[in-house]
Write a protein that binds this ligand. Structure first.
Ligand SMILES: Nc1nc2c(ncn2[C@@H]2O[C@H](COP(=O)(O)OP(=O)(O)OP(=O)(O)O)[C@@H](O)[C@H]2O)c(=O)[nH]1
Length: 322
């Protein structure tokens, strides 16, 4: 099933995200791909969005101002993404604010109205070579910010240390060590002015058959396929729920996948009542809901073992149903 790829560009303030975005857009133009861009800015003035609009009037740009996307009202993010989809792009770029945690944004992409249309292609995290080693001491007083900058490294599929022109080779080694402590698996590149092989990153992404893909897209709830919808290390999985479940059993099931499982959410029947289940790390919250669509459960994690989770879920459902 065709889905539109989404690149998330993350990284602390001033690390080079917009610079990278611009080279992505240039390459899209050469490849005749129609890009859509969601700029997430803190503050009233939308500098980056304006800069992009001045460059090329054909690019579709939506902005979410005043705050971080992961904290915005969920429906606002969904609406903005739907607006972008409405204009039939071939690829979507989301540039996050420097203080956003990418995994929480992935969460928004699993909204029932979006999950069938999009997949997460890659989280690219830009790091400011000149300042990265200072982050811990600069933000010492702000634990959340330290945590965010760490998560930006930990969940990245590609790590790009930028501003190589401003650092020495001994600094480069220190940076490598510090990054590898947090993420030992994703490719790590050093560069200046965010110059990386964007052509390679766009490989395999082709023009979408617009008529076919965008016909009747706005679905009220996801089709349940149970497959992972992401090619990134952050992967998501939709589990179908056919029977009323016991909340304690579901909570126990979700805890089993800690620490890979970061988040789960969905609508489930417990006895006769529908609940919105919100699971964060090891804790589950159950909120009564008047949702009337089909029940489902979406899991978001890093390197989740999709096959095993599906197998175990099927066993559990059989037990519950019998
Ligand atoms: N010296 C140097 N400057 C760079 C490099 N890459 C980007 N810059 C400059 O750093 C500044 C910030 O770059 P942006 O691409 O706007 O960074 P950003 O991550 O989008 O910044 P925010 O929107 O604040 O989060 C700009 O003035 C860039 O020209 C580099 O490799 N070396």
């Amino acid at each position: 099933m065709t889905k539109i790829p989404v690149f998330i560009l993350s990284g602390f303030l001033g690390s080079g995200k917009t610079t990278l975005l611009k080279s992505f857009l240039k390459k899209c133009a050469q490849k005749r791909l129609k890009p859509a861009i969601l700029m997430n800015e803190i503050g009233k003035a939308d500098m980056d969005g304006e800069i992009l609009l001045q460059r090329n009037k054909n690019e579709i740009v939506e902005k979410l101002l005043d705050g971080c996307m992961c904290c915005s009202q969920k429906s606002e993010v969904t609406e903005t993404m739907l607006k972008l989809l409405h204009q039939q792009p071939d690829v979507i770029f989301i540039e996050l604010t420097g203080v956003a945690n990418p995994e929480e944004v992935v969460d928004s992409l699993t909204d029932p109205e979006l999950i069938d249309s999009l997949y997460l292609e890659k989280v690219v995290t830009l790091l400011d070579g000149e300042n990265i080693l200072e982050y811990n001491s600069i933000f010492e007083a702000d634990k959340e910010l330290v945590q965010t900058t760490r998560r930006q490294i930990e969940v990245a599929d590609l790590l790009v240390v930028n501003k190589l022109d401003l650092i020495t080779s001994s600094f480069k080694e220190k940076i490598t060590k510090a990054i590898r402590k947090r993420n030992s698996v994703s490719p790590l590149l050093f560069t200046t002015y965010s110059e990386i092989d964007v052509n390679g990153l766009l490989e395999g992404i082709t023009e979408v058959n617009k008529e076919k893909f965008y016909a009747n897209r706005r679905t009220p709830y996801p089709h349940i396929h149970g497959n992972s919808v992401s090619f990134s290390r952050i992967n998501t999985l939709t589990l179908s729920v056919n029977e009323p479940m016991k909340s304690s059993i579901v909570a126990k099931f979700l805890k089993r996948w800690h620490p890979n499982l970061l988040r789960a959410k969905g609508y489930l029947f417990v006895n006769e009542n529908c609940y919105l289940l919100q699971h964060v790390m090891k804790r589950s919250y159950w909120e009564p809901s008047d949702y009337r669509g089909r029940n489902y459960l979406v899991l978001i994690g890093i390197d989740l073992n999709i096959d095993e989770i599906q197998k175990e879920w099927a066993k559990l459902s059989l037990k519950v149903g019998s």
